[in-house]
Design a protein around this ligand. Structure first.
Ligand code: GLY
Length: 376
């Protein structure tokens, strides 16, 4: 892997007349002004960000817009998941209305998943839909939440309970922005990159096994290849099933186990979402092996590669424990699609061969989790 930056790569999300490009690469942000200009009636955009991203990267965003003469109106929220709230949604809408925004204007989401999710929802509601552009600044948001049009806020009754599908006009994933991410956040986002290999691309998983250290070191061509391949994988799934009637559920590999751990830990930051997903993917492969669905060798390889990336693979050692197997299985029962003691789980026959297992029995899941906890 060389250290020079390749040309940014374009990934197309094919959704008929709502199709859009994702521009991926080191320095891709410099394309922002030229891509916005033809979409604007007035040379002004609204930018929603958080205070940390504004401090670190607003200069780069301004520099990307100056050559096109586009000015900005900026609202910066406090960083963190608690900002993804109804009260902030109202605040954003009030800010847009107060500044005279209309449907021909564009709201740019400049930040991680929290900013992208709440900005997208605000854009969908603003006069029944204003333009929306994603400029994700974390690895997690570059490979997952900025792609595919899921938007949401949290409520005290649960995360992402209020939302809409609303696609952006384009996405710019500038991998140079990842340089300021704490190493732990980078690793947590990397869990979602590994996920795409595990779902349907064994060759990509092997590539990640060989080059994961380069990706995490942000070597320009390695990180670009990892982000672009992830976006291509997600774009293909979203093009087939935008609103998660079927195959899009594969993107939840590791999430049912992972969400149970996050919920049992009350979403405290000692277990990040990506860390819970990493552990959840290992548990899905091990559960598959316990049920005779997945080869034990595949489950062992998944755990080995995920552990080598510095991500958790043992339920008994994850912070916030000790967890209880029955409590975790009960939390899995709260899955929207759980019915009568059974829950759909994303399992895999092999690496790169994930499928929707419609009716995992929660008693056998609890017994499996008990075994996992006893290993510790
Ligand atoms: N993060 C999963 C999805 O977008 O469907």
């Amino acid at each position: 892997m060389s250290d020079t930056s390749p040309e940014p790569e374009i990934v197309r999300v094919r959704l008929g007349d709502r199709s859009y490009d994702i521009v991926v690469g080191h320095g891709a942000l410099s394309q922002l002004g030229a891509r916005l200009a033809p979409l604007l009636k007035r040379k002004r955009v609204f930018v929603l960000t958080d205070e940390s991203v504004a401090r670190l990267h607003m200069g780069a965003l301004d520099a990307a817009l100056t050559p096109s003469g586009i000015t900005t109106e900026v609202l910066a929220l406090a960083p963190g998941e608690q900002s993804k709230s109804f009260s902030n949604l109202e605040r954003i809408l009030d800010w847009l209305l107060g500044a005279g925004a209309d449907r021909s204007d564009i709201l740019v989401a400049f930040g991680g998943g929290v900013i992208g999710d709440i900005a997208g929802l605000a854009a969908s509601l603003m006069k029944r839909g204003m333009g929306f552009v994603q400029v994700p600044t974390t690895l997690l948001s570059q490979v997952d939440s900025s792609v595919g049009g899921k938007t949401a806020v949290n409520t005290p009754r649960g995360k992402n309970m209020i939302g809409a599908f609303y696609q952006p006009r384009f996405v710019i994933a500038d991998t140079a922005l990842l340089a300021t991410l704490p190493a732990r956040d980078l690793r947590a986002g990397y869990a979602e990159v590994l996920k795409y290999g595990l779902i349907n691309d064994a060759a990509f998983f092997d590539w990640l096994e060989a080059h994961g250290a380069d990706v995490l070191a942000l070597a320009p061509d390695a990180i670009q290849h990892a982000v672009a391949t992830s976006c291509r994988a997600k774009a293909a799934i979203v093009a087939e099933d935008e609103t998660e009637g079927g195959v899009r559920a594969l993107l939840n590999l590791g999430h049912t186990f992972g969400h149970a751990v996050e919920a049992a830990n009350q979403y405290r930051p000692d277990v990040l979402h990506g860390e819970a997903v990493a552990l959840g993917m290992v548990l899905a492969f091990r559960y598959g092996a316990a049920e005779g669905i997945t080869s034990p060798d595949a489950a062992a390889k998944v755990a080995r590669v995920i552990a080598a990336s510095g991500l958790p693979v043992e339920l008994g050692k994850v912070p916030g424990g000790p967890y209880e197997a029955t409590e975790l299985a009960d939390l899995m029962k709260q899955d929207k699609k759980a019915r009568g003691g059974q829950v759909p789980l994303i399992l895999a026959r092999a690496i790169g061969q994930a499928y929707i297992h419609p009716d995992a029995d929660l008693k056998s899941v609890a017994a499996f989790l008990m075994g996992e906890l006893e290993k510790a």
